[in-house]
Design a protein around this ligand. Structure first.
Ligand code: ARG
Length: 460
């Protein structure tokens, strides 16, 4: 058995079970790029500070290049007995270049090393998620543009409420996704501080320059407090919180589209390329991808919970528990990226069933609130108009008809304030058109929103 890097004070090697239980290389090898990046910056800084020679630095840099090449070519042998990505790379470097490699860990601990790697990894992951969110926003807007003028029932309590333009509804998701982007960008800005040089927890007496490594790695500044630097994973928590909110947004969209694809709604049809069948029922065509988007949001929320519970009992500074931060982080990022990609493809592959929607649109008295506003415009207090329209609706219910189908004399029988112009306010098309407040579903307001997003997202 190879002696451990910390072998000096040990007489016995660990048992196989402990080795298997403690290793993290099987998953933290995903950090190899960031680990090598950090080591390069660290070696350059050490040479700059006179803590290693320029020739040692150059052998280290060449060795790291070769290791990176081997990893990417699939030639690198990851060894479980070398525990994690950090010690695998350092030990391989020592095997390759000998003595100079032994200087690389000067004024560095795996505690500041791992959290530096992790911050670098998260930074990149955030950029990927943000780019993916933007693609979905574009797909939703294009979906709206392809269905211009389509009015759909708006629901509250899943009961028919008021008519809305489909574009308005789709843009509501675009807005939510934009706040998701904002949370990720904030999180990235806050996380972009460099822990390297915090060493184990207390810093070092060696003459390092933390500003140099921080700059070289594109961080805003070194972290002010070395204990904080190795202790906290709040940046991961924040990232996974942001991911959880995004996942919940996507899950709600998934739920809506699954409902809308049902026979009962029949509002949309996904194309075959985003549907699956049943192994027993020949007629089935299921919107599985969006069900899985809804389902996978559970994992993302679970990943956040894992990390919250992981961190809650830890005393300050590094604790080995923190090794467990990586799998939930990786899982959350992978899952959210998958959810975004599939939701985008789904959005690109659904058709709204205009005829069916138009056929069912008159049901549910979606124009009732507009009728109440009509009375308000005639000078009636809203509570009174609410009561009167309620009676009109009750009349429709007994006669099994729409508000627009009530003859004027019957309306006037309820209140003499009704005039012939009332019919300009009835029916869903008229009703939608009457909305004019900022942010409302009126066609001009929606066109304004659309223009905003088309120019913001540079859609042609
Ligand atoms: N594999 C460890 C982790 O992911 C690296 C840090 C280990 N530090 C230590 N002192 N054992 O957290």
């Amino acid at each position: 058995k190879e002696a451990k890097l910390w072998g000096g004070r040990f007489e016995d090697s660990v048992t196989d079970a402990v080795e298997r239980f403690s290793e993290s290389v099987s998953f933290d090898k995903a950090l190899y790029k960031q680990d090598i990046m950090g080591s390069r910056a660290h070696a350059r800084m050490l040479a700059h500070q006179g803590l290693m020679t320029v020739s040692d630095r150059d052998s280290i840099l060449h060795g790291l290049d070769e290791i990176e090449r081997r990893i990417e070519a699939g030639e690198f042998v990851w060894r479980m007995d070398r525990e994690d990505v950090h010690m695998n790379i350092e030990a391989a470097l020592t095997d390759m270049i000998g003595e100079p490699a032994k200087k690389l860990h000067t004024a560095r601990s795996r505690n500041d090393q791992v959290v530096t790697d992790l911050r670098l990894w998260c930074r990149e992951a955030i950029d990927k998620i943000v780019a993916s969110i933007k693609q979905l926003q574009v797909a939703l807007i294009k979906l709206g543009l392809n269905n211009e003028g389509l009015i759909v029932p708006g629901y509250t309590h899943l009961q028919r409420a008021q008519p809305v333009l489909l574009q308005h509804l789709l843009l509501s998701y675009v807005e939510q996704l934009e706040r998701d982007v904002g949370r990720l960008v904030d999180c990235k800005d806050r996380m972009n501080f460099c822990p390297l040089g915090a060493c184990a927890l207390a810093g070092t007496g060696l003459p390092i320059d933390r500003f140099l490594t921080s700059d070289a790695l594109g961080f805003t500044a070194p972290m002010r407090n070395s204990i904080d630097a190795v202790s906290d994973r709040d940046f991961v928590l924040e990232f996974l919180s942001a991911n959880s909110i995004t996942a919940v947004h996507l899950s709600r969209l998934g739920e809506e589209w699954v409902l809308w694809a049902s026979e009962e709604f029949g509002f949309l049809t996904p194309s075959d390329s985003v549907s699956t069948g049943s192994s027993i029922m020949p007629q089935k065509k299921n919107p599985d991808p969006m069900e899985l988007v809804r389902g996978k949001s559970a994992r993302v929320v679970g990943d956040l919970m894992t990390l919250l519970v992981l961190c809650k009992g830890l005393p300050q500074a590094y604790n080995r528990d923190l090794q467990e931060d990586k799998e939930p982080l990786f899982d959350s990022v992978k899952t959210v990226l998958g959810m975004l990609e599939v939701t985008t493809e789904f959005a690109q592959n659904i058709a709204f069933n205009h005829a069916r929607i138009q056929k069912v649109l008159p049901a549910g008295h979606l124009d009732a609130t507009t009728l109440a506003d009509y009375l308000v415009n005639k000078g009636m207090p809203f509570r009174t108009s609410h009561e009167i329209v309620g009676r009109c609706v009750a009349l429709c219910v007994t006669k099994n008809c729409q508000l627009s189908e009530l003859p004027l004399d019957q309306l006037q029988g309820i209140n003499s304030i009704f005039k012939e112009d009332v019919y300009d306010f009835l029916g869903v098309e008229n009703s939608v058109d009457k909305f004019s407040s900022y942010g409302s579903t009126g066609s001009e307001c929606v066109a304004e929103q659309l223009n905003f997003w088309i120019s913001k997202l540079q859609i042609d």
